[in-house]
Write a protein that binds this ligand. Structure first.
Ligand code: ADP
Ligand code: MG
Length: 479
């Protein structure tokens, strides 16, 4: 993976910092009791506070603060005991207050890290702020309409240091951060619905030089667009510099149809937001007990779980990473593995189950085989009732019927033949019938073992225990 951009006379390096807007998973808005559900009819989830009626006062939603703290603890940030809500003043039709309530100088979380392959990315801060409403341009041919359902919904803005060095690293970072938010249950991470959006700050420099001038690409709503926008923007900046120009610090928009970014506004018309502490809100004071209660309510984090899967359960790095990419996956695996051979369970979950889910485009929550049911299937293989091949057949039947493994085995007469006496008889018959081949084997053509095994399997309709057949044949042929 090349992180560098080839210029006319040498390579350039990216420096990328992301500003991620994550909608807080909460039934109510940041400062009002109005609901936050996605997809409601326009303007049906708007309280008098959200509509900025005169005299209305914001009241902080405790759940949103807990979610921000939970998220901060999740990436190892410092939780501020004292933070402040400011007014960020600007005029926009879908912002009826005339200002956005946001945290500016004193955010609720400072610092933290997110691990991506090959790099530890520093988080600068996380702050809470209100979302704006939405301008609707396609409902009326002559007018723009305003939908305030989203106005006042709580967002966490999570800002990274400019530590990312390639479009792939930016994509990895957003993927990991999204997985963490979903793991913690603090944001549903749905980028199509806009629950997670991202601004990318991009600059280029000669490797190791000072940071260059950056541009900011606004509102990227998919990981693919993030990657494509950064890729394009890096090349564009290199061309500007190499043809004697200078990168202008500006805000740009990505056009996914053309795969290009274009200027939206420059620094010259930068806003003066006149930030000041919102006089309607007291500073947010969090005591140790509140922070500890949130900490105590947190699930085991993905990184710790991943390490435990490798260290205690003996899984490969690959399987452990795969099985901890989503909390529901890790939960499923642990339930299926409880009291069993963890590697076997990992093979079934990471291989058969995830493969099938992938092919059908299903989430693990929708798997027709419950974790305990998969565990029972694994037991039937472990105790020799089923061969691996039969196990896969039973798995398919469980997927289709939802029935338990034992019932399917019974109904289909799928029991493996592990009766030594019966198999010995078959082996002896076979070796008598194929005396020539047996002689060849004994003379050194040991590859013929496969042929003999195949014959026994065929004679039993595939039900013979292949391990046992192997052992019996070898014993007879080598005695
Ligand atoms: P602002 O508050 O004006 O948006 P910040 O300094 O807070 O500016 O930075 C916002 C984002 O821009 C952060 O993610 C940061 O990492 C990133 N950033 C800052 N400088 C650069 C640069 N030279 N190149 C790339 N990204 C940068
Ligand atoms: Mg910014």
């Amino acid at each position: 993976m090349s992180a560098l951009i080839e210029g006319r006379d040498g390579a350039w390096e990216y420096a990328i910092g992301l500003e991620v807007h994550a909608q807080v998973a909460s039934a109510a808005k940041l400062f009002s009791g109005a609901p936050t559900a996605f997809g409601a009819e326009p303007n049906t989830q708007v309280s008098l506070v959200d509509a900025a009626m005169p005299g209305m006062l914001p009241v902080i939603n405790r759940v949103c603060v807990e979610q921000a703290v939970r998220t901060g603890l999740g990436f190892g940030g410092a939780i501020a005991r004292h933070s402040v809500f400011d007014r960020k003043n600007y005029f926009y039709p879908d912002l009826p207050q005339g200002y956005q309530i946001s945290q500016y100088s004193d955010p609720v979380v400072v610092g933290g890290t997110v691990e991506i392959p090959g790099r530890t990315v520093q988080i600068t801060r996380l702050h809470l702020e209100q979302d704006a409403g939405k301008s609707v341009h396609d409902r009326d041919p002559d007018r723009t309409l305003i939908d305030l359902n989203r106005a006042g919904v709580a967002l966490m803005e999570i800002v990274s240091e400019p530590d990312l060095r390639s479009p792939e690293e930016a994509a990895d970072f957003l993927t990991r951060l999204r997985a963490l938010l979903r793991w913690l249950g603090t944001c549903d991470g749905n980028m199509q619905e806009g629950s997670l959006r991202c601004d990318a700050n991009v600059s280029v420099r000669r490797p190791g030089a000072e940071l260059g001038t950056r541009t900011e690409i606004k509102n990227l709503n998919s990981i693919r667009f993030l990657r494509e926008a950064i890729e394009y923007e890096g090349r564009r900046q290199v061309e500007v510099i190499e043809s004697g120009g200078e990168v202008v610090q500006e805000t740009r928009l990505f056009d996914p149809d053309r795969g290009e970014t274009r200027a939206m506004r420059t620094k010259e018309d930068a806003h003066d937001y006149r930030y000041f502490p919102d006089p309607d809100l007291l500073p947010l004071e969090l005591d140790e007990a509140f922070i500890e209660a949130v900490r105590a309510s947190m699930p085991e984090l993905p990184e710790s779980r991943r390490r435990r899967f490798v260290g205690e359960l003996g899984l490969s790095d690959y399987d452990a990473a795969l099985l901890t990419a989503e909390r529901a996956r890790a939960d499923y695996f642990e339930a299926a593995a409880a009291g069993r051979d963890a590697k076997q369970a990992a093979n079934w979950v990471a291989g058969e189950l995830l493969g099938r889910l992938n092919r059908e485009g299903l989430e693990i929550e929708a798997a027709p085989i419950p974790a305990a049911g998969l565990g029972e299937l694994i037991d039937l293989i472990a105790d020799g009732t089923l061969s691996g091949r039969m196990g896969r057949e039973v798995f398919e039947a469980m997927w289709e019927t939802g029935g338990p493994a034992a019932v399917i085995v019974e109904e289909r007469g799928l029991k493996q033949i592990s009766d030594t006496g019966a198999l010995e008889g078959l082996v002896d018959e076979l070796l008598a019938r194929e005396a020539d081949k047996a002689a060849e084997y004994r003379a050194g053509r040991t590859k013929l073992l496969g042929f003999f095994v195949g014959q026994v399997m065929k004679a039993t309709g595939g039900k013979a225990n292949p391990k046992l057949v192997n052992a019996l044949l070898r014993a007879r042929l080598e005695e």
